[in-house]
Unconditional design. Structure first.
Length: 191
């Protein structure tokens, strides 16, 4: 199973921030396949899925998978406040091994009027790609290669009016390279 994830990059999370008003705790409640990577795995959320949780998956298929979330309400962020994103990402059935960027996720503002189509179904999908502004995270796993692209290599990237999951078309650059701790730790499967 380890080799399965080594064959492709998995894009699991994208959080879209778009002209919003932040409350004490705002959970992402709109989940769907990203318009960029929407053809390979179904969304597993339904009406019983609690806000803040998202799942996608099926049998192995090669290629990138994209899960995108939205807050569903306006959130305003001032310069004296911070957004704190916390949670867990779980690999079920296989570990990432030393795959090249087996996981990519981002916190961005999306400049489009993308809407969630078919919410709470296995075909929930965002309607528009749009361009993104924010930060991309590409953690290293095992002894794999650090993500590289325009401007060098890193694990935290600036996205400037570009693709949220690409280190080559994000119109940004790496902000910092951070190796995992302990040294060469792997993203492993869990239940």
């Amino acid at each position: 199973m380890k080799k399965i994830l080594q064959a492709f990059g998995v894009i699991l999370a994208l959080i879209v921030v778009s002209n919003f008003t932040l409350n004490a705790q705002t959970l992402i409640d709109q989940w769907g396949l990203s318009a960029e990577y929407n053809t390979l795995w179904p969304i597993l959320n339904d009406a019983s899925t609690p806000a803040g949780n998202a799942s996608m998956g099926a049998d192995y298929v090669s290629g990138w998978k994209g899960l995108q979330g939205g807050f569903g309400q306006d959130i305003t962020i001032s310069t004296d406040q911070a957004i704190v994103v916390k949670g867990k990402i779980q690999f079920v059935g296989a570990s990432a091994g030393a795959a090249y960027t087996a996981l990519r996720y981002a916190l961005t503002y999306q400049d489009s009027n993308s809407t969630l189509v078919n919410a709470l179904t296995d075909s929930a999908t965002w309607s528009h790609r749009g361009n993104h502004f924010g930060y991309e995270f590409t953690p290293r796993t095992g002894a794999g290669t650090m993500a590289n692209g325009g401007g060098g290599a890193g694990t935290v990237w600036l996205i400037n009016n570009g693709n949220w999951a690409s280190t080559w078309s994000n119109n940004g650059y790496p902000l910092i390279p951070v190796n995992q701790a302990p040294r060469n730790a792997e993203m492993i499967a869990s239940t």
